[in-house]
Design a protein around this ligand. Structure first.
Ligand SMILES: [Zn+2]
Length: 55
């Protein structure tokens, strides 16, 4: 359990880093942290492409 919690925390930090970054799939998109199909993810607000996602 402890190990799982730690890994999840690291993943959330990755999402935080990506949040606000520019999308690599389209011209003007900005990555925003949001839920993607009920998972926490960083998704482009322009094209909707998930840049990172927690499973
Ligand atoms: Zn995009």
């Amino acid at each position: 359990m402890q190990r799982f919690e730690g890994e999840r925390h690291e993943s959330l930090e990755v999402l935080s880093v990506l949040d606000g970054d520019t999308c690599s799939y389209c011209e003007n998109g900005t990555l925003t942290q949001q839920f993607f199909q009920s998972d926490e993810a960083v998704v482009c607000d322009e094209c909707g492409t998930p840049a990172a996602r927690l499973w």
